[in-house]
Ligand binder design. Structure first.
Ligand code: HEC
Ligand code: HEC
Length: 322
């Protein structure tokens, strides 16, 4: 009898240990890049059929299928270039390292140097509408803005205030040299062109309501005031997420050099010119890779666009210490 209960106890202990290991395996979150992440978006299937839940789901649709509602043939208004928010905020902003929205609810309203003001979520959404989607703003009181904001608040609801989970940004190390657009063109032709097209024009859906593969430059792409026009934003996003073949992309496919060089190539191609004269009211705060002058330092426009960025950053730190 005694050894029986001992055996029972032993097997119980083994089961507990195993289930712990298994749980760890199943729940140690890791995305398709093999990068360990700490954040997972809440489950949309848990959204009940309440009006609030419906609003959040509409917000999600607007973000994943923006063009259907707000594109050139949009059912709500024709105010954007045909791209979707999701083209850059992958899986409707739920994919870590894919410009995800994990840190939005926890950090907005927040001060941003580009505008020089404390921005609301609505302000930030309108920023991407005007720049990344090269379009027009929508009113804060519109159902569409309320839906997107409800979604953004919901998706980040479990993140503690003023914290940023790993994967909320996608920075990669600077190159020690300037990014090289000629080398970048070689990368583009071998690793990007098959989806994004010979002239970066992307591929439209047959019914013209949006893109299968979004454009990277030209009239229908983001404009020169968009985040992706900064080399670091482009290189980081592309390093973690492109080429976009989910099944065959178990690990990162671009080296850091390739990511920076292809960023230089794409951002040296023509795209819509829209300049916001009130951006960066304090020019000392301009991001090192923001390529539009005037600058508070003596580095060239060329270096602010293509790097190397480390000398610019070091010079700034030296001034700040004085
Ligand atoms: C062409 C790419 C692109 C598209 C399309 C785009 N965005 Fe963005 N968005 C970015 C980038 C890049 C950033 C980060 C910029 C930075 O770090 O300065 C960003 C930042 C944001 C942020 C702030 C995130 C944070 O953590 O602070 C929000 C909110 C946002 N976008 C919403 C949207 C919405 C809503 C849409 C569609 C209406 C949209 N974006 C479309 C590229 C894009
Ligand atoms: C297998 C097809 C494929 C390949 C190859 C590919 N992409 Fe993409 N790319 C996509 C798709 C699809 C999206 C939009 C993702 C979404 O909406 O979920 C995208 C989005 C993007 C975006 C953000 C949206 C935009 O249009 O500005 C950038 C930037 C980008 N890709 C750059 C690249 C670069 C650079 C390469 C080569 C290193 C590359 N891609 C290779 C399919 C691809």
């Amino acid at each position: 009898m005694k050894w029986r209960s001992a055996l029972l106890l032993l097997s119980l202990v083994i089961i507990v240990i195993f289930s712990f290991i298994l749980r760890k395996k199943l729940f140690s979150p890791s995305d398709n890049t093999g990068l360990v992440t700490e954040w997972h978006a809440p489950d949309t299937s848990l959204l009940s059929s309440t009006p609030e839940g419906q609003l959040i789901l509409y917000g999600r649709q607007l973000i994943s299928n923006t063009s259907k509602f707000l594109g050139p043939k949009g059912t709500v208004a024709a105010i954007t270039n045909g791209m979707n928010c999701q083209n850059c905020h992958l899986d409707a902003g739920s994919k870590a390292f894919g410009n995800c929205f994990s840190a939005v609810a926890a950090n907005y309203p927040q001060f941003r140097s580009r505008s020089g003001i404390v921005e609301s979520i609505e302000f930030r959404v309108n920023d991407c509408l005007q720049r990344s989607l090269n379009g027009k703003t929508i009113d804060s009181s519109s159902k569409e803005m309320q839906a997107m904001v409800a979604y953004l608040k919901w998706i980040g609801k479990d993140v503690p205030k003023k914290t940023k989970p790993k994967g909320s940004s996608n920075d990669i190390p600077y190159l020690q040299r300037a990014a090289d657009s000629a080398k970048g063109q070689v990368v583009y032709v071998s690793k990007c062109e098959r989806c994004h097209g010979k002239r970066g024009e992307g591929i439209l859906k047959a019914d013209l309501t949006g893109y299968i593969y979004p454009p990277l430059w030209g009239d229908s792409s983001y404009n020169i005031s968009a985040g992706l026009y900064r080399l670091s934003r482009f290189a980081g996003y592309v390093k973690y997420n492109m080429p976009f073949d989910k099944a065959s992309n178990p690990s990162l496919q671009l080296s850091n050099d390739e990511a920076w060089d292809v960023a230089a190539f794409v951002n040296s191609q023509p795209r819509p010119v829209k300049f916001f004269e009130h951006d960066w009211p304090d020019i000392k705060m301009k991001a090192v890779d923001y390529p539009l002058g005037p600058f508070a330092d003596t580095f060239s426009v060329q270096q602010h666009k293509y790097g190397p960025f480390e000398p610019i950053e070091k010079a700034r730190q030296a001034i700040a210490k004085k």
